[in-house]
Design a protein around this ligand. Sequence first.
Ligand SMILES: Cc1cc2nc3c(=O)[nH]c(=O)nc-3n(C[C@H](O)[C@H](O)[C@H](O)COP(=O)(O)OP(=O)(O)OC[C@H]3O[C@@H](n4cnc5c(N)ncnc54)[C@H](O)[C@@H]3O)c2cc1C
Length: 416
Amino acid sequence: MNDSYDVVIAGGGVVGLCSAYYLQKTGVSVLIVDRGRYSEAASTGNAGMIVPSHIVPLSAPGVIAKGLKWLMNPESPLYIKPSANPKFMKWLWLFQKHCTAEHVARSIPILRDLSLMSRDLFSDVCALPGFEEVGLAHDGLLMLHRSDYAKKDNLELADLAENAGLEISRLSAQETMDLEPALKSELTGSVFFKQDASIHPERFMRALESHLRAAGVHFLDAEVKSFERSGGAVHAVGTTKGRFSSKHVVLAAGSWSPFLASKLGSAIAVQPAKGYSITVPVSEPSLKIPCILTDEKVTITPMPGCLRFGGTLALQGYDNSIDERRASPIRRLAETYCDGVDKVVDKVPTWAGFRPASPDGLPFIGALPAAPNVFAATGHGMMGVTLGPVTGKLISELIGGGPASLDVAPFASDRH
Ligand SMILES: Cc1cc2nc3c(=O)[nH]c(=O)nc-3n(C[C@H](O)[C@H](O)[C@H](O)COP(=O)(O)OP(=O)(O)OC[C@H]3O[C@@H](n4cnc5c(N)ncnc54)[C@H](O)[C@@H]3O)c2cc1C
């Protein structure tokens, strides 16, 4: 291991690995430092959906009202724990400020372009040798509804998506069952988002790590603790296993990125948004198309060798305990919607991960004003897998000093 690199990346989740991938392609030397990859990262255990359909940010009109309504319901899909923590209060204030129709309208083309570009980049990366088993599937996504309320939400999203140029179909219950005969339950219909895709996230991460190691990227199991600076710029990164000189630093520490940014006098408005998943091993999933149950906000993803069910968004700080009451609707719905899981679904453990959530639903991708050679790559919330490749590409372009493929102004780390 060297003691000097062109770029040190703090965090080896999907965003850190994708950043390393595009950086090493430009010929620079890269060190990834992570204190607990595959254990505390959100990048394993997630639903693995690549979702151009998610053009509406979480901060949309009505979300706060829903959060308040569900406050006392232990099984609700959204939970906001009241807290007097000033950082959390500020984040919540910024979040509610963005819950407007204007913000949604502004964000739609931005999220569409980011996610469509990232989807194409996934195809490029997964065409490389070593990625044969990652299960990249371009089967689209079904957003299912049962109640009139969920149907209204889905059809409104369909209108927005269609106006934004995405390929969708509005399907009746029968048309949905014809397209995906493995679904059971009393659906009233769905919207089919044809450009969505999916992947097995753990397999993708492992394939990418192997590829990066073979390409000469170094990995260090350690915690980033400090930064040495000359003027504003950082020239070395201090870790629990030594000090490494670096020309550039990428902060890709997911929900923990604000702690590192604060050491540099910068504030990145990210809060951990806890979610759960349950993975049921099956030899061959009968379901082919990933689904979201809009009534209950539960995801179902068929992956090689398993069906994964996910849900819940809990804003309650860095509390990583698992509340089985919140996971129970996920288990119940797994049995309701999918054949062949009922004997196993109660026996598999619940996984929990923190989505790094920004208050306006857009990621942070760009230099910190207080340290111009340090780049934030975080805040991807519910879309970190989807946006991993495009974030990595943009980070490599910014560090390379060339023009970025997309306008990065909306992702400025100090925009709030
Ligand atoms: C239930 C659930 C389902 C989801 N489903 C989807 C989906 O279908 N599609 C989608 O696009 N997204 C999904 N997401 C969101 C996605 O998982 C996250 O946005 C994404 O994984 C974030 O990646 P990251 O690399 O930014 O952060 P992480 O994966 O959290 O990685 C951050 C890393 O930084 C390390 N770290 C932190 N501090 C330090 C330090 N000081 N020193 C060294 N290392 C440090 C951590 O150990 C960790 O490995 C889901 C999330 C959840 C919880």
